[in-house]
Design a protein around this ligand. Structure first.
Ligand code: ATP
Length: 192
């Protein structure tokens, strides 16, 4: 399950969770692993320097973002370290969640990272860009330029909609609950 920043991926996933479907939140999990997975911590320190972690051992996200945000080669190095760790963690998670007809993986960059190739079906959550910007500004307390800079790093929403098997329109008009319920029913059918 994917979608641009602020499209409502997490909100949509919470509804699937209410119906008993486990969700692997890949972006949150990546952040957790960067802090707690010893092997990953060592790799990040050796690639980007000890300053990546502060004196208390907390990951300095702003510092790391400063290194990779406008430098494709540094970003590739970071992804080359983090993606395999998340992939391995996701495989372990899958093995621990086999009791439901299907499970979900939430990631903002599902297509951009190539992870979509490992999945059976893709759900794209979409919302008008102005609404996404407004929602993220309110949620994160950031200005419009900061949100748009992040949007510019992602694939255009239309491309994700075109490639998806299911689309959730989170435009504040169509019922999100009804859309999620319909997809849930179809996925159960497919899994049976
Ligand atoms: P990100 O890519 O930044 O993780 P996301 O796609 O997971 O974002 P959410 O965090 O689910 O998006 O939603 C962004 C914000 O918009 C949240 O504060 C959420 O509560 C709000 N929001 C999402 N959907 C709706 C909706 N249908 N009505 C009102 N608010 C909504």
């Amino acid at each position: 399950i994917t979608g641009g920043i602020g499209s409502g991926k997490t909100t949509t996933c919470k509804l699937f969770e209410l119906m008993g479907i486990p969700v692997y939140y890949a972006d949150d999990r990546a952040k957790w692993l960067m802090q707690h997975d010893d092997k990953l911590v060592t790799q990040l320190r050796s690639a980007f320097g000890d300053q990546v972690y502060n004196a208390e051992g907390q990951l300095d996200r702003a510092y790391l973002a400063g290194i990779v945000f406008n430098d494709r080669s540094q970003l590739n190095i970071l992804n080359g370290i983090v993606h395999p760790a998340v992939r391995a963690d996701g495989i372990t998670w899958d093995q621990e969640h086999t009791a439901t007809p299907y499970t979900l993986r939430e990631a903002a960059l599902l297509y951009e990272s190539g992870i979509y190739q490992l999945l059976d079906k893709i759900i794209t959550v979409t919302a008008p860009e102005a609404l996404r910007v407004e929602r993220v500004m309110e949620r994160d307390g950031v200005d419009e330029a900061a949100v748009r800079a992040r949007i510019d790093k992602q694939w255009p929403e239309e491309k994700k909609v075109d490639l998806a098997d299911f689309v959730v329109h989170n435009d504040g008009q169509k019922s999100l609950i009804r859309q999620v319920y319909n997809i849930h029913q179809q996925l159960i059918q497919l899994a049976s």
